[in-house]
Design a protein around this ligand. Structure first.
Ligand code: NCD
Length: 323
């Protein structure tokens, strides 16, 4: 069975997650949206539940968003950050996870620079594990919130659309998870960036029915896409420290004001953050309220993570006793 199979509400990746399960998470997120937008009060669906955030890599949005999502459902959270150990990463993470599980938490939300560590932890513990980003591998909740944002923008339609993901694709877990999720739901994905960061071999990651194409020419794709997702250059994941100077990068692959004008008016601009303004995206584009959905992604991400947590721990032992 693949690690991404749904057991006890784990969410380890979108590679192999069937379309019906993707859609049911998006539908559930839709229900939680008024709470995320603070049009309705917080819920108590997970009252008494405890979510542990184990973050062994920096995070602003994701950790905070999981905490807000848990609180909006009435659950409590406990946070652990940083490793600071001389043991191998795998052993440290696993021991940490086993100890936190032994304290009686209901789910583990794990971020780690080591690809595959949430899956490794999931095999060892008896509570749901949610991957909050592992190395270059996957970042399923980011991709789900991106797809959720797109589905809302497109009034329900995903199949047949084309999404350009632009930047350091080879090092990006966000791009990989989006490629898996979007193609599963029938959208096509164009991965755009310099040849060193976007190898042709990435065309093989499409799961179908949607397809993945690679392009090294941003200007040639802009007129044909239904959404553009900009990514930062992930210097911390590059052995050569990033060979392309920021000004050169911007002139070839940055979403400048001029380039944004070539997008059809209704095409949304996305970014998972953190943004490097003036490198992969100009400030005027990022702040353009008509086009940029970057902060909507963040708010809608809370609703999406509420859906993921509800799926993971909505059926805790004492909750089942009541049925
Ligand atoms: C991304 C991540 O950490 O993978 N950010 C995020 O979670 N919103 C993207 C990045 O680091 O560039």
């Amino acid at each position: 069975m693949s690690h991404t199979a749904v057991e006890r509400g784990d969410l380890l990746g979108l590679d192999g997650l069937p379309a019906d399960q993707l859609l049911s998470l998006l539908d559930q997120a839709e229900q939680f949206l008024p709470v995320a937008f603070r049009e309705k009060p917080p819920l108590d669906l997970l009252a008494g539940g405890l979510v542990a955030n184990l973050f062994f890599e920096d995070s602003t949005r994701t950790r905070c968003s999981f905490t807000v999502a848990a609180l909006r459902l009435g659950a409590d959270t406990v946070d652990l950050t940083g490793s600071g150990s001389s043991l191998s990463k795998g052993e440290t993470l696993l021991d940490t996870a086993l100890n936190v599980e032994a304290m009686g938490v209901d789910a583990l939300v794990v971020r780690s620079p080591a690809s595959g560590s949430p899956a490794m932890i999931a095999r060892a513990v008896n509570i749901p594990v949610i991957n909050a980003g592992d190395g270059r591998h996957e970042h399923p909740t980011q991709a789900l919130l991106d797809i959720f944002t797109l589905r809302r923008r497109w009034e329900g339609e995903i199949s047949g659309k084309t999404v350009a993901i632009v930047g350091d694709i080879g090092h990006s877990r966000v791009a990989r998870s989006n490629a898996f999720g979007l193609t599963t739901l029938g959208a096509d994905v164009v991965l755009v960036g310099p040849p060193a960061l976007v190898p042709e071999s990435l065309e093989a990651i499409g799961l179908g029915p949607g397809r993945v194409a690679v392009s090294h020419d941003l200007d040639s794709v802009l007129g044909d896409v239904d959404a553009v997702m900009m990514l930062r250059i992930q210097l911390e994941r590059q052995a050569n420290g990033g060979a392309i100077p920021p000004d050169d990068y911007r002139s070839c692959y940055g979403l400048t004001v001029d380039r944004a004008r070539r997008l059809r008016p209704e095409v949304p601009v996305m970014h998972p953050g953190p943004m490097n303004r003036g490198v992969e995206i100009d400030s005027e584009v990022a702040d353009d309220k008509a086009r940029s959905v970057i902060l909507r992604q963040v708010t809608q991400g809370v609703a999406l993570r509420m859906a993921v947590l509800d799926r993971a721990i909505g059926h805790r032992p004492w909750a089942l006793d009541d049925e």
